[in-house]
Design a protein around this ligand. Sequence first.
Ligand SMILES: Nc1nc2[nH]c(SCCc3ccc(S(N)(=O)=O)cc3)nc2c(=O)[nH]1
Length: 285
Amino acid sequence: TSPQLDCAGRILRLDRARVMGIVNVTPDSFSDGGAHDTTEAAVAHGLKLVEEGADLLDIGGESTRPGAAPVSVEEELRRVIPVIEQLAARTQVPISIDTFKPEVMRAAVAAGAGMINDIYGLRQEGALDAAAATGVPVVLMHMQGEPGHMQADPHYDDVVAEVHGFLVQRLFAAEMAGIAKKNLLIDLGFGFGKTTAHNMTLLARSERFLELGVPMLAGLSRKRSLGELTGRDTPSERVAASVAAHLIAVQRGARIVRVHDVAATVDALKIWQAVEAVPTPRADA
Ligand SMILES: Nc1nc2[nH]c(SCCc3ccc(S(N)(=O)=O)cc3)nc2c(=O)[nH]1
């Protein structure tokens, strides 16, 4: 039986790398800023990403980019719940909720979400119990510091060892809270309290994390490190770099990649899958 995730009834097979499409429901990411238009635009975007080949969607109502302003529980719910309800009704793919707030986790799963993606790794008060109560798979991500200042001056004695130790501790905490190991995933948290050097070290040594025995998610899409390495100052100019980074992440063990550019990533992974399908020559052949 090849690995798979049961996302509230929607099965996500992990026999090959899967593409998670990003749907930001933040007024500043859509022209008008009006509530209805924001919902409508976010739903349309999610449908477009599924058309492009997304295997699942990640719905986020609060930007956690460095320096972003916090959003209240009420406001975050107002943004994401209508989008989750509509997308769950209009597509068959699993819907992930990108939140660290326990109340939003519970409401999102009640509204049709089948996965929780928590950049704080369930460290907020009440998050472990909320996630356990939903019964859906959970992504535990590493972050050093908080979004407000995490990129000020990130420092590690040994970034791989420290990120590994953090994820071991979060996996333990999640299992102690009653979350089955088969429902746990990890994420190295590219760009969350890391310099470009830290990010590239983690990407280069991703395979080290497979020993944790859970699927790994990678999210480098359009991030600053890719801009620094290519000189592309605008996120939308970082598509080629993002596709390259996620192909490398998959080659080094990632099972899910979280991307803005679904069509391009799907094409790149098709080439990887064609190469992976070539049988290894037998030793005595
Ligand atoms: N599991 C998971 N969830 C995620 N949610 C986000 S939102 C991106 C926030 C951001 C934007 C830009 C930079 S930067 N300064 O590196 O360009 C950092 C963080 N990302 C991830 C990720 O990776 N995994």
